[in-house]
Design a protein around this ligand. Sequence first.
Ligand SMILES: Cc1cc2nc3c(=O)[nH]c(=O)nc-3n(C[C@H](O)[C@H](O)[C@H](O)COP(=O)(O)OP(=O)(O)OC[C@H]3O[C@@H](n4cnc5c(N)ncnc54)[C@H](O)[C@@H]3O)c2cc1C
Length: 416
Amino acid sequence: MYDVIVVGARCAGSPLAMLLARKGHRVLVLDRAAFPRDTVSTHYVQPSGLARLRRWGLLDRLAATGCPPITEAVWWFGDDLSVRGFAPPYEGVAMALAPRRTVLDALLVAAAREAGAEVRERCTVRSLLRDDTGRVVGVRYDSRGREHTARAAVVVGADGRNSLVARETGAETYHERPPLTVVYYAYWRGLPSARRHLNEVYLVGDKQIGVIPTHDDLCLVQAARPHAFYPTYRTDIEGHYHKAIAEAAPGLARELAGAQRVDRFRGTADLPNFYRTPYGPGWALVGDAGYHKDPLTGQGISDAWRDAELLAGAIDRAVTGAEEWQGALAGYERARNAASELMYEFTCEAAGFDLDPMTRQLVRVVAEHREDADRFFGMIAGSVPAEEFFAPDNLLAMLGRLPADALAEPTGTKGS
Ligand SMILES: Cc1cc2nc3c(=O)[nH]c(=O)nc-3n(C[C@H](O)[C@H](O)[C@H](O)COP(=O)(O)OP(=O)(O)OC[C@H]3O[C@@H](n4cnc5c(N)ncnc54)[C@H](O)[C@@H]3O)c2cc1C
């Protein structure tokens, strides 16, 4: 009998297990994967996420893997309109990192084990066990062709956006938006060294291009298109990828012509936007299982770590009897939503290929004023609270800085 069973051992599951084990709870983690194992995800980690890693004693370990610090960002909006800057530090962390998931997830699994959690790989959870009242009391899982059961006071689904735990418990979905994008990406060697510490994003017409430096002197280059383009995109991934980059970011396309693609294209159109009620009798959800959004603004990993911390506190209080289950878990849901709702709105708008006129005007201000640019990136990074950035007074002050000739709407789709 465990205190907690966690289904899923990546960004949400392993840190949750680590934090609970550090509090003295008996934790079992089950994942069908064996680590290190890649997953379809780009991997820009915000300063706010890195600050949590540092608090947990893991940031130095990650930095020592040779992942280049990212200290500058440029977002292009067409018409040579660009916003350049970097987020103000978050709790003293003044960089982002984009570690390969093979490295990051294995590090998190190791940290969970070191803390005392039992992590079992190649174990696929098939269903939940319930008692007479319907309360979840454990899981049934397969490992090496044999079926097993394990029991716990709490079962947590850290099992991603297509969560079995959410499906089996009927967790309610809310704030739902249709999928906005389809994205494919590849890793490149031989891009200019000026890119080593730079994150570049192009939001041009119906194309979103991103460039992120990562381990082994590689850059991840992604090309996203509207979700409806998926059937066309998949007929010729390489051709449509390069066409999108050539049209939105011709300078980058020239660089790629002189670089080498390593490995295959990866991507997905399975990018829903939703929140789920993250708890019920005997169960809880964390990470993508409880809250998923388009990856454009790079929030998922950092959000998973924030929510792992929130949920570990709530479960600890409930399991030790310091607080009722219902009150503790309702507090977790409230805190998660309060910390994410404005960014969710911004992400859905930015990923929707259609910035509203006021946002475009704000972009023009931000492009002209470095301090506003840093605060814009800080809003995405978590170091400038979104409610502060989007406060009416702040927006009005920024619009007041519009140059007189900036009132016309920009047109065209020219990148760098
Ligand atoms: C294309 C793309 C790009 C992205 N880019 C970024 C980015 O740049 N920055 C960022 O912060 N986020 C990004 N994200 C989001 C990020 O990948 C997720 O938010 C993050 O991985 C969530 O972690 P998780 O642990 O909740 O879920 P997952 O990473 O999905 O892990 C779930 C785990 O559960 C296991 N599992 C599932 N079902 C079972 C079962 N029945 N039995 C046993 N094990 C099971 C799986 O094997 C898996 O290991 C991106 C996502 C995508 C798809």
